[in-house]
Write a protein that binds this ligand. Structure first.
Ligand code: GDP
Length: 318
């Protein structure tokens, strides 16, 4: 809480640890910390190569320069178990940002389970807030579910796009974009580039079909060039306008509370299932049941009934 970075790093390592001793210490720590003042949690997502790290470098510099507030950058990289290099890659792309005293950059550990990654990142966000970080940028590398994941723990989610032919935007399913609050088309090095114009137009038209969001703020579409630092002050202005809007109408707190309930719902079945799997006989029964499905002696539905009966019976005799 004194803003000691080394201490913050150690605290994050503690909450990421799977060791039994560390888990109980981590729980104690999390129950004692408090956020200092207000914060803004911003998610940045998009497919690999779209320019997330480059944008964070450019936007982050603009943010700290203009606000003189502290900024934490957390990267969730579910693929980093296989490609250790990607984390290093991010570091080298955020060279200027990482040199600022106002900035703390931390990659989240790789994990096999999205629920686990989300839980760790949520705790890491809270630790950074307790250490006095005003802005928290959370970057997710990856596509599909991991893109959506970041919006479950942030106040504002920025979805990045590449300039394309236009056809590809039509293919973006509504469900993929419902959770995005701001659309950014990166690599718009030349604004008169027809592909940029087409993509902006298509994104605008897709936005019309999206259901209204709880915060009542219509998602904006912006074009930037992270490389040439074009459109960055405008993007920062848009983030501030959004923040003002959700603070004034109270959405920021309502949304954060709802996110906690959602997190509880997400964790509960995972935890229950983990506890059941270590009950005597359950793992064996599960394997035998799977064999019976493979040999077509049981349908999946019958298998679920039987396994459930077995587990409930075990619980009753406990
Ligand atoms: P990430 O995988 O989404 O984090 O993407 P990176 O930030 O690593 O960028 C991928 C590549 O795109 C790098 O070679 C960047 O230099 C390049 N890049 C990023 N932003 C821009 C941009 O605005 N214009 C151009 N031309 N290239 C860019």
């Amino acid at each position: 809480m004194n803003g000691d970075r080394q201490c913050l790093s150690k605290a994050i390592t503690l909450v990421e640890s799977h060791q039994e001793n560390d888990r109980s210490l981590a729980k104690q720590l999390m129950s004692r910390i408090q956020a200092v003042g207000t914060s803004m949690r911003i998610g940045i997502t998009g497919p690999p190569g779209v320019g997330k790290s480059s944008l964070i470098e450019a936007l982050g510099l603009e943010m700290i320069h203009e606000s003189q507030q502290r900024l934490a950058v957390l990267s969730i990289d579910p693929s980093s178990a296989q490609t250790q290099g990607s984390i290093l890659g991010d570091k080298t792309r955020m060279i200027q940002l990482s040199q600022s005293d106002l900035v703390f950059i931390r990659p989240s550990p790789s994990g096999t389970q999205l629920g686990g990654i989300a839980k760790n990142t949520r705790e890491t966000i809270r630790l950074c807030e307790a250490a006095g970080y005003r802005y928290i940028l959370v970057e997710t590398a990856g596509i599909g579910q991991t893109e959506y994941l970041v919006s479950t723990m942030t106040d504002l989610t920025i979805l990045m796009h590449l300039p394309g032919s236009g056809d590809d935007v039509q293919g973006i399913k509504r469900g993929v974009m419902e959770w995005a609050d701001l659309m950014v088309v990166n690599k718009a090095d030349q604004p008169e580039d027809q592909r940029v114009i087409n993509t902006l137009k298509d994104l605008h038209s897709v936005l019309h079909f999206l259901p209204g969001r709880g915060h009542g703020y219509t998602p904006k579409v912006l074009s930037v060039s992270a490389l040439n630092k074009k459109g960055i002050p405008e993007l920062w202005g848009e983030i501030k306008a959004f923040e003002k809007h959700i603070n004034e109408n109270g959405y920021i707190l309502i949304n954060r509370k709802q996110q906690l309930v959602n997190s509880f719902r997400q964790q509960l079945p995972l935890r229950l299932w983990e506890s059941m799997l270590v009950m005597p006989g359950v793992k064996q029964n599960l394997e035998d049941t799977e064999e019976k499905i493979l040999s077509e002696d049981l349908s999946p539905e019958e298998a679920v009934d039987l396994l459930q009966d077995f587990i409930f019976a075990s619980l009753r005799t406990k």
